[in-house]
Design a protein around this ligand. Structure first.
Ligand code: SF4
Length: 422
């Protein structure tokens, strides 16, 4: 009888695409996929280092597995498994911990392991991780997340991602185009290009060879592939968002008018302490250029509140900066301490209650920004890609510029692009 496997993702779109790829590898070996709340022979949890309480979440999930399937094999992988393998291995019920270089060898590792009550750790130093494995999500959602880049060469003082994922490395343009053609042949309409630091696409090695390709060139090539109707850029650092890329998006019918650009702080003093590679003036210039060329463009912003040393005045600077900036929504993160980061040495620490209050203020601002952005488009007809899932008698979709639409469920609209008057 076939073995069964259930997988669970914590964290970002990159992890989501990697979990999908691990699932495909396991299915190719004969495993049958189950939902995570069902009984299975093997459970895989793909962890995140950015999520608060990654260890608590992991413990909670492992306990829930032990209750429903005490004999099942439990595998933990992902960023947290790379950063804290011993800690993960000590969780009762964990059988196998796979580091960054080993997650795509999961089928081999499962052949070599038996349930002994002791967790086996398969991990190496992150400096030795230099391979790139393309991943994409499929059949899980209407949009497909395609990983084209991994790792990061920056050293932002709050961030553990370079320690969990290693140096920047990418796929080649030729491989990405092949993957995109294959996805198009299976009916995929929209691809979200995903990476840790997408703007650095092409930097670093691929298969031991140095590539000289750029993210701009990748977009140029993808624009010409038949079959795929939409691309989105998941996120791009402001200093790597070149005017050429903005112009390409403006002239492209396929790359959607939607940018997600991490700002993190609107205070130059805080940006310096965060070791970010730009000043707020550059950010403002990029937003200004985008909105001049594409007034309908959606712009999302990541921002962190309560970074050490952030005074009330610094926060007010961030708030006022975002208030006047022509952006569409915010993703607000409350700063939390991470082991082995430079930010731990910066004083004074902001009390948690103040961090939470600042978060609340920016979430309110985000709500107002999104209302305003949506209001500007009322009466316009825009193209909506409707998702497959039926929710009650309703369905959801997104316009080209990422306005969420809810409509009565119509089967023929699922995974199709429909003109819609907002
Ligand atoms: S750019 Fe900074 S925040 Fe983003 S992954 Fe790299 S180090 Fe982390």
């Amino acid at each position: 009888m076939s073995k069964t496997v259930a997988l669970h993702t914590l964290g970002c779109k990159l992890n989501f695409s990697e979990t999908s790829s691990m699932a495909r590898l396991l299915e190719q070996e004969g495993f049958v996929k189950k939902d995570f709340d069902e009984v299975a022979d093997v459970y895989v949890i793909n962890t995140c280092s950015v999520t608060d309480n990654a260890d608590k979440e992991c413990r909670y999930l492992v306990r829930s597995i032990q209750r429903k399937a005490p004999e099942a094999m439990v595998v933990i992988t992902g960023c947290y498994a790379q950063l804290k393998p011993q800690e993960i291995a000590a969780i009762p019920g964990v059988d196998l911990v796979l580091g960054a270089a080993e997650k795509f060898n999961i089928t081999q590792h499962l052949k070599d392991i038996a349930k002994t009550g002791e967790a086996k750790i398969c991990s190496c130093d992150i400096e030795d991780v230099n391979t790139f494995t393309a991943s994409y999500s499929k059949n899980d959602r209407t949009r497909t997340f395609l990983k084209v880049q991994d790792g990061c060469d920056y050293n932002c003082s709050f961030c553990t991602i370079p320690m969990a994922r290693g140096k920047s490395r990418s796929d080649t343009i030729a491989n990405v185009v092949d993957n995109v053609k294959n996805l198009a042949a299976t009916g995929v309409k929209e691809i979200v290009l995903t990476g840790v630091n997408l703007g650095d696409f092409g930097k670093g090695n691929f298969g031991g060879k140095k590539t000289e390709e750029t993210f701009f060139e990748l977009l140029q090539e993808l624009d010409t592939v038949d079959g795929i109707e939409r691309y989105r850029i998941s996120s791009i650092e402001p200093n790597l968002l070149s005017n050429d890329i903005i112009e390409l998006v403006c002239n492209s019918k396929k790359v959607m008018p939607h940018f997600h650009i991490p700002l993190q702080s609107g205070s130059n003093k805080t940006l310096g302490m965060m070791r970010r590679r730009y000043k707020r003036e550059m950010y403002e210039e990029k937003v200004g250029l985008i909105k001049t060329m594409m007034p309908h463009c959606c712009i999302g912003v990541d921002v962190i509140v309560g970074f050490p040393g952030e005074t009330d005045e610094d926060f007010k600077e961030t708030f006022d900066f975002l208030h006047r900036l022509d952006i569409s929504y915010l993703h607000v993160f409350t700063y939390s301490e991470r082991d082995n980061t430079h930010a731990l040495t910066i004083k004074p620490v902001v009390p948690v209650s103040v961090r939470n209050e600042r978060n609340k203020q920016l979430r309110n601002l985000s709500y107002q920004k999104l209302q305003y952005f949506t209001q500007q488009h009322v009466g316009q007809t825009r193209k909506v890609l409707f998702e497959k899932q039926e929710k009650g008698n309703l369905m959801e979709g997104y316009t080209d510029n990422y306005i969420k639409i809810t409509a009565p469920y119509t089967a023929t609209w699922a995974n199709n692009i429909v003109p819609w008057t907002i």
